[in-house]
Design a binder for this molecule. Structure first.
Ligand code: CDP
Length: 801
């Protein structure tokens, strides 16, 4: 028997890289050395290259496609058209939202940039030249670029391919209590209204989408390398679309250069590269260029929001009602929990104690690339939180109540959890007022208000904007959440080797969030195995257990919880091994970090490493050898982080230019696994929030041309433009149902941040009576609002003819 004889002592959790340790990201070592392994780094023997011909027109009937000149170019192996795809039943594919999407257009093109044909050639340059040699005869059709046009009675029907589709409506959805809400509005002292547009934006990861399909005729196995945030979903989709047996499909998502929701959908390029590899029996690589990514892959937002709040004179919110029109582009293609057509938009006002509410939502087809992707967002929560916080500020102004005080008096109280929101969620925990107080204290609220009043007298415009957010992170549970009928849960597998080192695999897929670092920290916390002794692997469907992937900040709430649960099951088995080693009964054994010991004799113990060795060399009679576990985790509820963001700005009344003076962020995401990574997530999210509020939008001209197909038009903020952020972590409300008390954090700042910036500018304009400037709050819009004392709408142009 090998046992420790030292005094009882638990390991120092932070030293072994457990919870609360800001251990450096282990994945960065290879990234900093330029040794990442992205899809474009995959080079296989005999590999060919694919390029896509895209439509220059947003809406046109295809009269003919002549590919003869392309076929004649030396080095061209295959030219694919919609007609050829149709012979294999692959011209259309199902989307993740129960719609269909053209893989290669057959009848019409429905957005500028739509996939029309593909060329597979010896190298990408030949393939590109051959694409240009394809002649397509188009008959242009009237174009629809926004829901107003799409809903007009005489609007052309974009989806005339769908049997029974007589208009451009994708869905109507409603939730809440309409009659109760109407009654509450009848009793209101004040009704506050707001209308605005959350503009179309793009997640724009630095790495574009791409794939390498490698079909091996001899083994009938397809290996598919792809930039996917959800490799298991890709495997299921490929099995369905290409009718290949699922066990013969191996999907590998190698390193990913950012996803932000853009790498959740299944894109036509994936399907074409797979078919080409099957037909040619050679590996086929497709790497999208930046313009292709910016004009044809999943867009986000583009939602028209309209709402009203019923208020009592003393500041109590009695009810709210909202209507949204979402511009989904030509195909409803983003992932959506199937019960909730507009995603989780109904999380609006979840942090406020509102007795009753009603929400209606309508989706509209337009001649744009598919939209509605949850860009750093849990299925439309960003739009919900933005509108909530803009409305709250408008209501406080209407009532003449201080905006911080108005929020505080309407927050759900700390002892009111779990709290049922008026639109049906059950929030888990929070200390909302405390977060607000920390933020106000940090920004010096009262001093700023005095400074603001003095500055106004000198003709200087200062403003302070507050935004709060809570969001449902961690879909499922499986009772309520599914995508295409596949229930939302996750799993994790841990194998502890005989030396006490371990490997963790999950069905999540990191794209920069640092799972390789933080999952090892959870194992260190649960088992006392130093994080440096734990390797984490994700993204290979042949080795990783099933999971729904990484988006909607669901990894820590679901896959992270699965890691903790698998570790606990391993610890339970290790306890039996320890009892065997120490020759006592299991009931006499205690656990401290890294070690079991005998309760009556604490110096007699067995470390987790000693138990691991015993699992392979000295197990008790009847025990299965080995020390490993796969755990499936179906969360009992979503996790509900909370945050307060406060921004101060100075607006130049001459030019409308506004500068951020300070930004304070107070995030409560429960227990922080790695505080440094959490801060990185918050800073990244705030940077994106600032970009959305101040400079980013992708618009379309009246003819449906996409303006914003490159980084000269679609702006990414650099360190130069981005303001400094002051982060506060003092409020920690552990999640009551997550095994380690963690809540999601990845997208909170991107969700909650934009309204803080807009509210700050609106506050600076306070005395003008201007109620709304749509994002991005560009200087010319601010100037227009100041000069003409009117709201400025950023709605795309509506065709006059
Ligand atoms: O799903 P996604 O990874 O995008 O988001 P997340 O679950 O919020 O996690 C983002 C990163 O922050 C991961 O590395 C997490 O493990 C880490 N995190 C943390 O350290 N503590 C938390 N309470 C939440 C997340």
């Amino acid at each position: 028997m090998t046992t420790s004889t030292t005094e009882s002592r638990a390991l120092d959790e932070v030293k072994i890289g457990g919870l609360g340790s800001s251990r450096k990201r282990v994945e960065d070592d290879r990234f900093i050395r330029g040794k990442g392994n992205y899809v474009d780094d995959v080079v296989l023997p005999g590999m060919l290259h694919m390029e896509i011909l895209r439509s220059p027109l947003p809406h046109a009937r295809i009269k003919s496609i002549d590919t003869s000149r392309a076929w004649a170019i030396p080095g061209v192996h295959l030219v694919l058209t919609g007609e050829m795809m149709a012979t294999r039943n692959l011209a259309w594919m199902p989307t993740l939202s129960y719609d269909t999407q053209a893989v290669l257009a057959t009848d019409k093109v429905r957005f500028q940039g739509q996939e029309v044909a593909c060329v597979i050639a010896d190298d990408p340059y030949i393939a590109k030249d051959a694409c240009e040699a394809i002649e397509v005869d188009y008959e242009p059709l009237p174009v629809i670029v926004n829901p107003v046009q799409g809903l007009a009675p005489d609007a052309p029907v974009i989806r005339d391919d769908k049997v029974g589709q007589a208009d451009n409506v994708v869905y109507h959805w409603e939730v809440g209590d309409q009659a109760g809400t109407d009654r509450a509005f009848e009793q209101a002292d004040v009704i506050s209204t707001l209308e605005c547009h959350y503009p179309r934006s793009h997640p724009s990861p630095i790495e574009c989408c791409g794939s390498v399909a490698d079909f091996n005729r001899a083994t009938s196995k397809l290996t598919f390398y792809v930039t996917s945030q959800a490799p298991h979903i890709v495997r299921a989709a490929v099995a369905m679309v290409a009718e290949l047996p699922e066990q013969m499909i191996r999907v590998i998502s190698p390193d990913i250069g950012g996803g932000f929701g853009n790498k959740v959908p299944i894109y036509p390029g994936y399907v074409c590269s797979i078919l080409a590899s099957i037909l040619l029996e050679r590996p086929v690589k497709w790497i999208e260029d930046k313009t292709g990514n910016l004009i044809s892959t999943g867009f986000a937002r583009d939602v028209y929001l309209k709402g009203e709040m019923a208020l009592r004179r003393d500041g109590k919110i009695l009810a709210f009602r909202m209507h949204t029109d979402a511009d989904h582009g030509a195909f409803f293609a983003d992932a959506q929990p199937s019960k909730f057509k507009i995603g989780l938009m109904h999380s609006a006002f979840a942090a406020y104690d509102v007795p009753v509410a009603h929400l209606t939502a309508r989706g509209v087809y337009t001649n744009k690339a598919p939209g509605g992707v949850a860009y750093r967002c849990s299925f439309r929560v960003t739009e919900a939180m933005f509108f909530q916080e803009r409305m709250v500020q408008a209501a406080a102004d209407d009532l003449g109540i201080d905006q911080a005080e108005f929020r505080r008096m309407n927050f759900v109280a700390d002892d009111d959890f779990p709290h049922r929101t008026p639109l049906g969620f059950l929030t888990d925990s929070g200390q909302y007022a405390k977060c607000l107080d920390v933020g106000l204290q940090a920004i010096g609220y009262e001093n700023f208000k005095a400074e603001q009043a003095q500055a106004r007298q000198r003709g200087k415009l200062l403003g302070l904007g507050i935004s709060t957010m809570t969001e449902p992170l961690g879909a499922g549970n499986s009772r309520e959440y599914d995508i295409l009928g596949i229930k939302m849960f996750d799993s994790a597998e841990i194998k502890v080797h005989m030396s006490g080192k371990a490997i963790v695999r999950t069905g999540a897929k990191t794209q920069g969030q640092g799972h390789e670092t933080t999952w090892a920290q959870i194992v260190a916390h649960e088992l006392g195995i130093p994080a440096d002794d734990v390797v984490v692997e994700e993204g290979d469907t042949d080795t990783a257990p099933f999971g729904m992937g990484t988006y909607a900040s669901r990894s820590t709430p679901v896959a992270g919880a699965a890691v903790a649960m698998a570790a606990r099951k391993i610890r339970a088995k290790a306890r039996k091994l320890a009892a065997h080693l120490l020759e006592v009964s299991e009931e006499d054994i205690e656990w401290e970090l890294g070690r079991f010991y005998v309760r009556s004799s604490p110096q007699r113990g067995a470390s987790i490493q000693e138990c691991a060795m015993a699992a392979y060399s000295n197990m008790p009679d009847g025990m299965e050898p080995g020390l490993e576990n796969t755990s499936f985790y179906d969360p009992p509820n979503l996790t509900w982080p909370f945050a307060v963001y406060i921004v101060t700005v100075e607006v130049d009344p001459e030019t409308g230019v506004w500068d951020v003076l300070r930004m304070v962020a107070v995030d409560d995401c429960g227990v922080r696994i790695n505080p440094m990574i959490v801060e990185g997530q918050i800073m990244g999210g705030l940077t994106e929030a600032y970009a959305m509020a101040s400079m980013q939008f992708i618009t379309f001209d009246a003819d449906g041309n996409c303006v914003g197909s490159n980084y000269m038009d679609y702006l990414l903020p650099t360190a130069w433009e981005t303001p400094g952020f002051e982060l506060h972590s003092e409020v920690v409300t552990p999640c009551p149902h997550h095994p380690i008390g963690a809540k999601g954090i990845g997208e909170c700042a991107a969700v909650g941040g934009p309204a803080a910036f807009v509210n700050a500018v609106m506050d600076a304009l306070g005395e003008t009576g201007v109620r709304n400037i749509d994002m991005p709050v560009l200087p010319d819009r601010v100037w227009e609002a100041l000069t003409y004392r009117r709201d400025v709408s950023g709605h795309p142009p509506v065709r006059q003819d």
